[in-house]
Design a protein around this ligand. Structure first.
Ligand code: HEC
Length: 114
């Protein structure tokens, strides 16, 4: 294979593996809220959950794309992390609410984002 083709392939692989932060962990902005109809107090909870996700779930690795987190990850990995970080039960509830809500609409958000 020529060097040029090899380099192009490496470039493409890097491009596709580097999903933007927005695509991995969408902020609770107007676009987000156009996909989930929730009350103002729920919006605050989602925003708080996003903040916890960005602060706490990025210590050791880039934030995982919310809709790629599998049921098995929830069982095996995430409870360990909650424990390690000594998150309060309310924080666990908020970040879980954010991740699950964001995961359910993330593909639509990615498709709509310019
Ligand atoms: C203390 C460091 C640390 C923190 C904090 C952490 N992770 Fe992880 N995470 C890891 C390591 C190491 C792995 C790979 C091996 C494993 O599962 O233990 C991993 C793997 C994962 C995986 C499994 C799939 C994959 O892509 O490898 C998911 C999903 C994940 N992390 C999500 C989260 C979420 C959500 C949080 C916040 C609640 C979080 N992580 C916080 C260290 C961390």
């Amino acid at each position: 294979m020529s060097t040029r083709i090899t380099l192009t392939l490496i470039g493409l692989t890097l491009l596709t593996s580097c999903a933007s932060i927005e695509n991995r962990a969408p902020p609770v902005d107007d676009l987000f809220l156009s996909e989930v109809k929730v009350s103002a107090s729920e919006v605050d909870k989602l925003r708080e959950g996003h903040r916890i996700y960005m602060n706490f779930c990025t210590d050791c690795h880039a934030p995982r794309q919310v809709d790629k987190i599998t049921a098995n990850n929830w069982k095996e990995h995430i409870p360990k992390m909650f424990k390690k970080a000594e998150l309060y039960p309310e924080e666990i509830e908020l970040v879980t609410y954010y991740i699950k809500t964001a995961a359910s609409i993330n593909q639509k958000l990615i498709a709509k984002r310019p």
